[in-house]
Write a protein that binds this ligand. Structure first.
Ligand SMILES: [Zn+2]
Length: 400
């Protein structure tokens, strides 16, 4: 049987009214209990967390030592003492605290190897409740988390529950596509990998000059697997992830800048062609990125994205509108959906920008022209700052 060691489950409460006040943990109604008989070793366990309303959440088992890690969002844990949880003694340790922007983390250190048998959030009265049932497994059957959701691999070490200091300013992660043994698209002696790196370095400088913190997923001609690019973004606590490309398509199929946002159901043929090409380089490198998603986890990822997706789409709009205002040539459909793996982060707004198509004569000339790049750098810097202000204002409105 397949071990579902990483399960992401989210229920979004998206009405503005619901966003105004945070859920509270009802400690009195929460518990860790034995949920059955132990046939050997440790007993099956059930963790119940009662909340004043349903929240986005995700749950995961990690090793060394074995522990259940439950992330919950918009929950006020202030004043709730983890040691006072009913049944806390069944675990080696129970702790919780603020974890990162808006998320709190509950860590239950387990007495031995376990697997998650089920994890559900009941949203109906009297109290919404997250229930996670855990079954003991033999040491030999316990494996450190395989990927149920590849996009979430590389989460920061859940061993620590600590209050991260509030972060100042905006962090933008720039992801120059391809690199190393994967040059990307080729035309007239130019490689996509090099063109997008040159552009990323110029854009970094411009953003930094405007006070934005910038993290690059690569700064030289090296290969970085897709998944690692997302991990870097998460580790940097990025507010925005921008993957930069300049791909090739058969003549006549594409010209002009195109912004892609995540859409697994996109039926655009050109987009699918690009997606296939991008995933292939990862397969060549030995990283099996695409194949391991559980259908269940994948479906749940879609819920997670209901929060991030509108912010990604908002940035795509900002970018496209700025390009239009500044006379940057765009594709006939400047904003499109596609299932690029790098856009899968459930918690970081992400877009993939085809600056142009290296296969198109004009686009290629633009990419090689420092004046065009200056204009595009300006467009993107303004789009980033405009979007950030827009999102910031929305957030403060919600907090009122
Ligand atoms: Zn590319």
């Amino acid at each position: 049987m397949r071990l579902l060691a990483l399960l992401l489950a989210v229920l979004m409460m998206l009405s503005p009214a619901a966003a105004q006040d945070r859920a509270r943990l009802d400690l009195g109604a929460s518990a860790l209990v034995e949920s059955g008989r132990a046939w050997w070793g440790d007993p099956p366990l059930e963790l119940r967390l009662a909340l004043t309303k349903a929240v986005p959440w995700r749950v995961n088992i990690v090793s060394d030592p074995v522990r259940l890690v439950l992330d919950i969002r918009d929950v006020d844990l202030n004043g709730a003492d983890a040691k006072a949880l009913f049944g806390a003694g069944l675990a080696t340790d129970v702790r919780w605290g603020r974890y990162r922007d808006g998320w709190s983390r509950v860590v239950v250190e387990l007495p031995g190897p376990y697997r998650i048998a089920s994890a559900v959030q009941k949203t109906t009265p009297p109290l919404p409740q997250i229930t996670v049932t855990l079954e003991p497994v033999a040491e030999a059957d316990f494996t450190a988390p395989p990927s149920a959701t590849a996009a979430l691999r590389g989460l920061p070490d859940p061993a620590e529950v600590e209050a991260l200091p509030p972060r100042e300013g905006l962090v933008v992660v720039l992801d120059p596509g391809h690199g190393g043994f994967d040059p990307g698209a080729l035309a007239e002696g130019e490689t996509e990998a090099n063109l997008v790196l040159v552009f990323a370095l110029e854009l970094r400088k411009a953003l930094q000059d405007r006070g934005v913190q910038v993290v690059l997923t690569r700064e030289s001609d090296t290969f970085v697997p897709l998944e690692e690019r997302m991990t870097l973004a998460r580790e940097a606590r990025g507010d925005l992830f921008i993957s930069l490309h300049a791909d090739a398509l058969p003549t006549g199929q594409a010209a002009g800048a195109t912004v892609y946002v995540w859409n697994p159901r996109s039926d655009g043929q050109a987009a699918q062609h690009l997606v296939n090409r991008h995933e292939r380089s990862d397969l060549i490198s030995g990283v099996d990125f695409g194949g391991q998603d559980d259908a269940l986890a994948a479906a749940m990822m879609d819920f997670a994205r209901t929060d991030t997706q509108p912010r990604s789409e908002n940035f795509a709009r900002w970018l496209s509108q700025r390009m239009a205002l500044m006379g940057i040539g765009q594709h006939g459909r400047p904003v499109q959906g596609a299932a690029f793996s790098v856009l899968k982060s459930p918690d970081i707004p992400s877009v993939l920008l085809e600056l142009g198509f290296i296969s198109d004569y004009n686009d290629r000339a633009n990419l090689l022209n420092p004046e065009w790049r200056d204009r595009m750098v300006m467009v993107m810097s303004e789009a980033v700052l405009g979007w950030a202000r827009d999102e910031g204002q929305r957030a403060s409105m919600l907090r009122k």
